[in-house]
Design a protein around this ligand. Structure first.
Ligand code: MLT
Ligand code: MN
Ligand code: ZN
Length: 305
């Protein structure tokens, strides 16, 4: 099984169009050692030909162009994207669905009932797509049961309800429900190996630590290094946890959580905000991650499990 990281950045991408934080400015003027990143998405395949797209980012057309495997060209109109699964209803995870409207058959779309509500109402993407290719919905259970992906034999998933937040446009922003945000356990039925993906994660519970301990690889929330990163740069009034993201550093932070996993688990941070100092490849923060055996995802990263 393969995971291809299509976009490793959080909402806004890196550099962000209107941002002049030290990272965005430094990347633009070449004064820092860092790489540009598109917005949050991965693709998963058992065959290398048909793929499950996990999240549809606003940058999807660029990501498809950068990933020849997603265009196997078996017919005059064709795509390697067989189905799309959504982790939440955030703008950076769903907007790309509109770019898939030229499909000639309904788009197989997997999400929780809570996410389907947000994208048919607050941001009515599925209603809009009903006038184009249409959507073939599959509701994802959050009771721990396994879901097979339509059109993708060999790919099986399990979801885990996570503590995080629905998007700012959701009527449930202030009143989160289980199912607004999920973590995804991907199974390789051939080898028995598992991978865990959670780009938005506000709390690492004991249950989650046990799930992650049983995985070959985990890709988890790498949005912010510090709790007050956006506030300190004067970019937002909100702290990391107000936005549903556990910061990496500090007591109880993601580094401390990942340190509890067995040494055989490959640990990767993903969904990285452009303000995060770990984006700078020769920074002290990056060196600290290396010392803890934690990797930083990049666009085009290929992970086998
Ligand atoms: C988030 O996960 O908090 C997002 O990246 C926000 C957004 O897309 O605006
Ligand atoms: Mn996001
Ligand atoms: Zn920035």
């Amino acid at each position: 099984m393969r995971i291809r990281v299509l976009g490793s950045s959080a909402g806004g991408g890196f550099p962000q169009w209107n941002c002049n934080c030290s990272n965005c400015k430094g990347l633009r003027n070449g004064s820092i050692r860092a790489h540009a990143r598109t917005q949050s998405s991965i693709a998963v395949s058992a065959t290398g030909e048909d793929w499950l797209l996990v999240n549809a980012s606003p940058d999807i057309l660029k990501q498809i162009a950068q990933t020849p495997e997603l265009q196997p060209a078996r017919a005059v109109r064709d795509s390697g994207i067989a189905a799309v699964l959504l982790m939440d209803a955030q703008i950076d995870h769903v907007t790309g669905l509109l770019m898939l409207r030229e499909r000639q058959t309904p788009l197989p779309l997997l999400a929780t009932p809570e996410v389907f509500t947000d994208i048919s109402d607050g941001f009515p993407i599925t209603r809009i797509l009903s006038h184009y290719c249409q959507v073939a919905p599959t509701e994802l259970p959050i009771d721990g049961s396994t879901t097979a992906i339509p059109g993708l034999p060999g790919v099986e998933v399990q979801t885990v309800a996570l503590a995080s937040k629905p998007p700012p446009y959701s009527p449930f922003r202030g009143n989160p429900r289980p199912g607004d945000n999920i973590g995804l356990l991907l199974h390789n039925p051939a080898s028995g190996a598992k991978a865990f993906y959670a780009p938005g994660l506000a709390a690492v519970t004991q249950e989650l630590l046990e799930i992650m301990s049983g995985c070959t690889v985990v890709l988890v929330d790498g949005t912010f290094w510090t709790h007050d990163e956006m506030q300190r740069e004067g970019l937002s009034k909100k702290a990391a946890l107000d936005m549903g993201h556990l910061p990496q550093s500090g007591p109880g932070g993601m580094i401390e959580q990942l340190d509890k996993l067995p040494s055989g688990v490959r640990k990767i941070l993903i969904h990285i905000n452009n303000t995060n100092p770990m984006l700078v490849e020769d920074s002290a923060e990056r060196a600290e991650l290396v010392a803890h055996g934690i990797e930083v995802a990049f666009d085009g990263m290929d992970i086998a499990f």
